[in-house]
Design a protein around this ligand. Structure first.
Ligand code: GLN
Length: 207
């Protein structure tokens, strides 16, 4: 699948489901490494921001002096993928969060944190996902965000198919930066990670 190229992909390892992403990336043929310091960030081709608690990860990015280095790598075009809390962190604007949360501005989008509300705190559904052709993706949402507004250069890859949140945007891509409201790292379905690893190996032009 990787045509002999083995990219090194970091997983931001400050808080959250780091191990699950490391496993999924390794299963896709990447060299997957935890990233906690600037020297480790400098050594990776791409970065995954895991699910967890976005306000905590934001605080720890500052404590570990990684906030500006990650922003700088994103500005330089480093491919990145954020799931759930990671999607929140990659946004340019976040609604319903703490005022001191620091956005990374990886994707031109406004994300609403904990958007699905208490009634449907956590749920699963099957999604049609643009770029993944061989059947729907089983999506696990855990106190998930949605994309309230996506900028003109942002591709919408998936929306909630039915129910009270029908039509809400839950997967997006801008250039080589991908984000999902849900957690493909917990289902054993590797196709979203494969899509990301493919982006790292064969970066999309024009970004
Ligand atoms: N609600 C969490 C947050 O605000 C995200 C939940 C998750 O990553 N499963 O960061």
């Amino acid at each position: 699948m990787l045509d002999g190229v083995k990219p090194t992909i970091g997983v931001l390892a400050l808080q959250g489901d780091v191990r699950e992403h490391l496993h999924a990336l390794t299963a896709c043929g990447a060299e997957a490494v935890p990233v906690r310091r600037e020297s480790e960030l400098a050594a990776v081709d791409a970065l995954v921001l895991p699910g967890g608690e976005s306000t905590t990860i934001s605080k720890l990015l500052e404590v570990f002096e990684l906030l500006e280095p990650v922003r700088a790598r994103l500005r330089e075009g480093m491919p990145a993928y954020g799931s759930c809390a990671g999607m929140i962190l990659l946004a340019s604007q976040v609604l319903d969060t703490r005022p001191d949360m620091q956005a990374l501005h990886g994707i031109d989008m406004t994300v609403r944190r904990n958007a699905f509300g208490r009634q449907v705190d956590s749920f699963e559904t099957d999604l049609d996902f643009a770029g993944i052709e061989d059947g729907p993706v089983r999506a696990v949402f855990i106190r998930a965000p949605w994309v309230e507004h996506a900028g003109d250069d942002v591709e919408v890859l998936a929306r909630v198919p039915s129910g009270p949140a029908a039509g809400r945007i839950v997967a997006v891509r801008q250039g080589n930066v991908l984000a999902t409201s849900f957690h493909p790292e917990v289902t054993g379905d590797l196709r979203v990670h494969e899509l990301f690893v493919d982006t790292v190996v064969r970066p999309r032009a024009g970004v």
